[in-house]
Design a protein around this ligand. Structure first.
Ligand code: SF4
Length: 258
């Protein structure tokens, strides 16, 4: 689908060519794409068909091919990319929850132009609590190092990203101090000019009774305090209006035409 709700340098005017893969390596309790990520809503297709879909998106005028959560299906995605890449004149974006093994990402070297990882949790206990992945902070950091090694500094042309990394961080209710500690750590480890930061305010509760503390949106104060830290540290990138926290931002999926 052409997706118009990504960061401006990804969606642009024409939209991003998003391909959503069923399933996900993480099982975040607040997932907004639960039917796709955790219940495998989708349709089975071949690598050959997938390569055609990449090229069809280019023909439709997409600014890029945007692979959304493909880490667990790379044995099929890599041959599709190898087949389509020589015919693509738009960048390939790898959109990820950030929970990726660096040695597996190595297989994507030369096939992916832009990495778009989340960095969701900085505290191992939070990662355990909300995604059963206590090693998330460590794995996500190693993954980001490999992504940066492959792409180098962000390159934009006509306000559209061609190469580089954009790191997304979603500010969660009650976790602003963790967000601030994460930004300080990333700045100290990777610098603030090696990637663009996308600081997201769109957390939307899924009314999960097991986690009552997550059953609210973030406050303006929570978001502003993290945003202020990002600014003080010198990050460049994107922020959202607090009014972005609407469930309408959840993409509407259908399977027609595959
Ligand atoms: S990483 Fe993203 S898609 Fe996967 S479960 Fe978490 S929120 Fe959902």
């Amino acid at each position: 689908m052409l997706h118009f709700w990504e960061e401006p340098c990804i969606s642009g005017k024409n939209g991003s060519g998003a391909v959503f893969f069923s399933g996900c390596a993480l099982r975040c309790c607040f997932c907004q794409n639960e039917s796709i990520a955790n219940r495998n809503f989708g349709k089975e297709i071949s690598p050959e068909r997938l390569a055609e879909i990449f090229l069809n998106l280019q023909e439709q005028g997409a600014n890029n091919v945007n692979l959304v959560t493909a880490g667990h299906v790379l044995p099929w995605v890599i041959p599709a990319l190898e087949s389509a890449k020589p015919k693509l004149h738009i960048p390939v974006i790898y959109n990820s929850g950030g929970y990726e093994l660096a040695e597996i990402l190595h297989e994507l070297d030369g096939l992916v132009d832009v990495y778009l990882p989340d960095f969701k949790f900085f505290d191992s206990a939070t990662a355990q609590n909300y995604a059963h992945a206590p090693d998330y902070p460590e794995i996500a950091e190693q993954a980001l190092a490999e992504m940066l090694r492959q792409t180098g500094m962000p390159v934009l042309k006509d306000n559209l990203i061609q190469q580089g990394c954009i790191v997304r961080h979603l500010v969660m209710p009650g976790h602003r101090h963790e967000s601030i500690a994460l930004l300080q750590h990333l700045a100290g480890t990777f610098g603030t000019d090696t990637f663009l930061l996308s600081l997201m305010a769109q957390y939307t509760p899924v009314q999960n009774q097991a986690y009552p503390e997550l059953n609210r949106r973030i406050t303006k104060m929570e978001y502003q305090s993290v945003l202020k830290t990002a600014g003080k540290l010198g990050f460049l990138g994107y922020c959202q209006e607090k009014s972005s926290a609407k469930s309408e931002y959840t993409p509407d999926f259908h399977l027609q035409g595959l």
